[in-house]
Write a protein that binds this ligand. Structure first.
Ligand code: AMP
Length: 526
């Protein structure tokens, strides 16, 4: 049969099979709220009807600006169900970036957490957003209250609009190496196949018996596909809202008996510290797996969770891939291998998930899968973007239809991918991108600065942090503090370089570009 792979199919499954399974959310007062997939689906259908009643039509963009909670799940299901495109805005971005992104996407409506209204108001006036729907609180004048909107909408009016599985269901923006963020659209088919693929046993193994805690925000690439996979399989879902500190997360893990949690290394390092500090104090016996991705999982983190009987599963992915690309399971051939050997295998990024293919290209063409030859990773597959929105970044796609990831890798003979370096000029701090080029341009805009290069330096807690190297103009003087003050109003606080150092010159390539590898080497050598 020609059975369309759409969010409708996931919603129908959740309604008819998993209606009694729980969805638990952390509430603003710190308590937890409980609902079920049955109730979530009913409310998602009301949302679909309500969006139609305010004039949202198929193809329109509906933004969300919120943390992980049941209402966000309702938007994940209800927005694509009316043929509109769910656009998850990243609440950690600077207002200027958010204004650009909401304009570029052409967002017509936004569903906003009441607690985030001040941040939302900082860019809303510069966007085409006509309707603002407020979740979890009163709606100020001119905005709509989510609960009132749902109460007033008649679920009997819900009809499953016919959807082409190739039409867009959601979208997300990723940091541009130069210039502004780039948009990626996910089709219904992509989301459905991705949910199926992350539920396979060799992938993340999301299943009905699991209790899944996506610590990864729902504004990061479909929360790694976990909300759709959980609704499809009937896994109990636990959503932490904005409380991402170790104590709050551990409390949820223990009381809700979480079995599978997922997020960037930065959130799980403090959890490991808390477990190590008081062994036996937190009963994490239900938790069997923590999926770590977004940045490399440090070996010590994998070893550390092993001590508490929790398996770290290392995954690599990208916004352009919906996002899961590879998962680091120990291959069957190493099943009986010593612990250290298995540990080394698990620290790698792993093998491609179903319907994703990988290869690597060096200066002289595709490199052999010998575990030693470096090349830029190229991918293609059912959940890989064919282009960026609006034709941006066309150079990221090869003539024969592969996507160039900007990650430098080796590939083992069995297809295991190991990320060795990054070709793209970006810094990833705590799972969020910082554009070195944007910081450099701002620094070089200062009259005392002749040249400025910003590089990523390793950081125990955040993975990477920006370091700025500045060359002053002849005779000019300026202090690091003065330069930081110059950057402050223009960038999010966490973008500001931890250190600004002054140098006589910045090493350059033959073509005159900053040799950032040389700067990173200098830093490594102190
Ligand atoms: P994003 O589009 O924000 O999801 O970022 C994707 C990029 O994050 C990848 O291209 C890598 O550079 C990096 N990344 C994601 N997961 C990993 C991982 N497991 N190990 C190393 N780098 C990773």
């Amino acid at each position: 049969m020609d059975f369309p792979l759409t969010v409708h199919a996931i919603v129908r499954r959740a309604r008819s099979l998993h209606f009694a399974r729980e969805v638990v959310s952390r509430l603003p007062d710190g308590s937890v709220g409980r609902t079920t997939y049955g109730a979530v689906v009913e409310r998602a259908e009301r949302l679909t009807v309500a969006l139609g009643s305010i004039g949202i039509a198929p193809g329109d963009r509906v933004a969300t600006f919120g943390w992980n909670h049941a209402e966000h799940l309702e938007a994940y299901l209800g927005v694509p169900s009316c043929g509109a495109v769910l656009h998850t805005l990243n609440v950690r971005l600077h207002p200027d970036e958010l204004a650009y992104i909401a304009n570029h996407a052409g967002d017509r409506a936004a569903i906003v957490d009441a607690s985030l209204l001040p941040q939302f108001e900082a860019f809303r006036a510069r966007t085409p957003i006509e309707h603002v729907i407020v979740v979890g609180g009163e709606a100020p004048a001119g905005m709509l209250a989510y609960e009132e909107l749902l109460a007033a909408s008649d679920p009997a009016l819900f009809v499953e609009v016919e959807l082409d599985e190739q039409s867009a269901a959601s979208c997300c923006y990723t940091s541009g190496t130069t210039g502004m963020p780039k948009g990626v659209l996910y089709s219904h088919r992509c989301l459905a196949l991705h949910a199926l693929s992350v539920s396979t046993v060799d992938s993340l193994a999301v299943a009905q018996r699991e209790t899944v805690l996506p610590v990864v925000p729902m504004f990061h690439v479909n929360a790694w596909g976990l909300p759709y996979a959980a609704a499809m399989t009937g896994a109990k879902l636990v959503l932490p809202a904005s409380r991402l500190d170790a104590a709050s997360l551990l409390e949820l893990i223990v009381t809700e008996q979480v079995t599978l949690a997922a997020g960037v290394p930065t959130v799980f390092l403090p959890i490991l510290e808390a477990l190590d500090a008081a062994p036996g104090r937190h009963d994490v016996s239900a938790l069997h797996t923590v999926v770590i991705g977004g940045a490399a999982a440090p070996r010590a983190l994998i070893e550390g969770f092993d001590r508490h009987g929790v398996q770290v599963l290392h995954a690599w992915g990208m916004t352009e891939m919906a996002p899961i690309g590879t998962v680091g399971r120990v291959p069957a051939e190493l099943a009986g291998a010593p612990y250290e050997t298995q540990l080394s295998a698990r620290a790698k990024q792993g093998r491609p998930v179903p319907f994703v293919e990988a290869r690597a290209r060096g200066d002289e063409g595709l490199v052999p899968w010998d575990g030693a030859s470096y090349g830029e990773l190229e991918v293609r597959g059912a959940s890989v973007a064919a282009q960026y929105m609006g034709g941006d970044g066309a150079e990221s796609f090869t003539a024969d239809g592969w996507f160039r990831t900007g990650d430098v890798v080796t590939i083992d003979p069995d297809g295991t991918v190991v990320i060795q370096d990054r070709a793209k000029d970006l810094i990833k701090s705590g799972g969020e991108w910082i554009s070195s080029v944007a910081l450099e341009n701002a620094l070089m805009g200062h009259p005392a600065v002749a040249e400025a290069a910003v590089v990523a330096v390793p950081h125990e807690r955040w993975g990477e942090r920006p370091l700025a190297v500045v060359v002053l103009r002849d005779g000019a003087t300026v202090t690091a503090d003065e330069l930081r003050a110059e950057l402050e109003p223009r960038f999010a606080r966490w973008w500001l370089p931890d250190e600004i150092v002054f140098a006589d010159a910045i090493p350059k390539t033959a073509t005159g570009k900053f040799r950032k590898t040389a700067l990173r080497d200098l830093h490594r050598r102190g």
